[in-house]
Design a protein around this ligand. Structure first.
Ligand SMILES: [Zn+2]
Length: 167
C-alpha cells in the first residue's frame, strides 16, 4: 500500500466522521468505524491492541501513556484494520519489540495512516498559512507528539517551506 492510498483512506474517514479541523476527534473516528476505545492497564511497554471478536471491535490503549500517544495508538490500530493487515487471532498487539519482527512493513503502513489521519495535509497547510511554523501551537492544536509532528512536517516538506518564508 502506498502513502497516497493511506491518504485517501484517511480523507474519506474524516469525511465520514464529519471532521473538518484539528484536533481530529479520534474516538469519534474509531466509533464511526464501529470500534470502542478502551483505556487499559497494560504492561508498561505495551502501547495498545486491537481486538475483533464475536462481532465486538475494540481498541485498547495504555492508560498511562500521554494523551498524544494514546491518540496515535488508536489511529495506528485503525491503520492496520483499514489496510487489511494479516494478524493473529484478530488481534494486533503493540509492544516495543514490534520493530524487530517481520511485520515491520505493516507497522510502517499503520504509522503512515496514523499521521495522515491525525495531521491531514490540507488541515496542516491551512494552519501553517495562518499560524506559521509555530511548533508549540501546532502541538496543542493537533494533540500529537512533537516527534510525530516534525516527521509529518518534514515528509510533507512543509517544515522547510515555512521555516524560510516566516523568518
Ligand atoms: Zn502496529
Amino acid at each position: 500500500m502506498t502513502n497516497s492510498g493511506n491518504r485517501e483512506k484517511a480523507e474519506s474517514i474524516l469525511k465520514l466522521a464529519r471532521i473538518t479541523e484539528a484536533p481530529v476527534d479520534i474516538t469519534k473516528v474509531a466509533e464511526s468505524l464501529g470500534f470502542k476505545v478502551i483505556p487499559f492497564d497494560f504492561p508498561k511497554k505495551r502501547r495498545g491492541m486491537l481486538i475483533i471478536e464475536n462481532g465486538v471491535k475494540a481498541i485498547g490503549v495504555n492508560k498511562v501513556d500521554p494523551q498524544a500517544v494514546q491518540r496515535y495508538t488508536v489511529a495506528h490500530e485503525l491503520g492496520h484494520y483499514l489496510n487489511g493487515h494479516e494478524h493473529k487471532e484478530n488481534q494486533f498487539i503493540e509492544d516495543e519489540t514490534r520493530f524487530y519482527d517481520h511485520h515491520f512493513q505493516q507497522e510502517k503502513e499503520a504509522d503512515l495512516f496514523s499521521s495522515e489521519l491525525l495531521m491531514p495535509k490540507d488541515f496542516l497547510e491551512k494552519d501553517l498559512a495562518t499560524m506559521g511554523l509555530d511548533i508549540p501551537k501546532l502541538i496543542e492544536k493537533y494533540q500529537v507528539s512533537e516527534q510525530a509532528l516534525w516527521i509529518r512536517l518534514t515528509s510533507l516538506r512543509l517544515a522547510e517551506k515555512y521555516s524560510s518564508s516566516h523568518r
